[in-house]
Design a protein around this ligand. Structure first.
Ligand SMILES: Nc1ncnc2c1ncn2[C@@H]1O[C@H](COP(=O)(O)OP(=O)(O)OP(=O)(O)O)[C@@H](O)[C@H]1O
Ligand SMILES: [Mg+2]
Length: 252
């Protein structure tokens, strides 16, 4: 059974479709990338899965449980974590305390105590390589480190499904390598399925097991990265906004 099943999912804003009837299955244990031109509906789709938006119609199922009508909070407790594009750490807390919030409020089965949450936070910081900065005030982290902290915070909630939105945008080459290694390590050691919206094609090609392409809110094609990146329809969709899909960062 796929861990995530989308059936004809739609999200309209004022009558305009941002997500326009998406049906797809994500198999367990994969890094499943979702790409597509700016405005294609990628972020809206992630927000609809995570309950930040209510679907206009259609069905979202995780591990056989219909989560379509659940609140964002209830969806987190089903083991679905997310990292949004803009990190929003709590400035008054340390790196470790920020990571612990994910364990206190995001854990399947309910809220955990502070001590337990800090243990989960330490494990997550270790996994993403931020242990040596655990006691830093969060304001001393750069953008790349803040994104990694967001990832640690999501992981501390022990998700089975992790939704990532453009976590590699705007990184320098060294930071990009670092992020790619972290995502790979997370997939290999945290027993988590990753659904990953990304514009940095070099990273998608290197990491994704499967790629789905959204265009105008619809699923255009999906398959292995090598097949999808060479598909004429995909190249054409990106050419519409003046960037080639093979170029290493269309639109980012
Ligand atoms: N809260 C909102 N209210 C109204 N329209 C929205 C809202 N969020 C997104 N949209 C519209 O829905 C469409 C899809 O936007 P979305 O942000 O999902 O695209 P995206 O694929 O993530 O793009 P990008 O690659 O630029 O991040 C766009 O036309 C956008 O303007
Ligand atoms: Mg987006």
């Amino acid at each position: 059974m796929p861990i995530l099943e989308l059936r004809d999912v739609r999200k309209h804003f004022g009558g305009l479709p941002a997500v326009d009837g998406v049906t797809l299955d994500v198999d367990r244990g994969l890094i499943y990338a979702i790409i597509g031109p700016n405005g294609a509906g990628k972020s809206t789709l992630l927000k609809t899965i995570s309950g930040m938006h209510d679907a206009t119609s259609g069905q979202v199922t995780v591990d056989g449980v219909d989560i379509t009508a659940m609140s964002a909070h209830a969806i987190r407790q089903q083991g679905i974590g997310k990292v949004l594009q803009t990190p929003r750490p709590l400035a008054s807390l340390s790196v470790r305390e920020n990571a612990a919030l994910g364990a206190m409020f995001g854990t399947p089965g309910g809220r955990r105590g502070e001590r337990e949450a800090l243990v989960a936070a330490d494990e997550a910081l270790e996994l993403v390589g931020l242990s040596d900065r655990a006691h830093w005030p969060v304001g001393q982290l750069n953008l790349h480190q803040q994104r990694i902290l967001e990832l640690a915070r999501a992981l501390a909630g022990q998700p089975k499904l992790l939704l990532l939105d453009e976590v590699m945008a705007g990184l320098n080459p060294g930071e990009l390598e670092d992020s790619m290694a972290i995502v790979r390590r997370v997939r290999d050691s945290a027993d988590v399925t990753v659904v990953w919206v990304e514009h940095v094609m070099r990273a998608v090609t290197a990491l994704a097991d499967h790629v789905a392409v959204l265009n105008f809110g619809q699923l255009l094609v999906h398959g292995t990265p090598d097949v999808v990146m060479r598909d004429d329809r995909v190249v054409e969709a990106y050419l519409g906004q003046g960037a080639a899909v093979g170029g290493g960062g269309a639109g980012a």
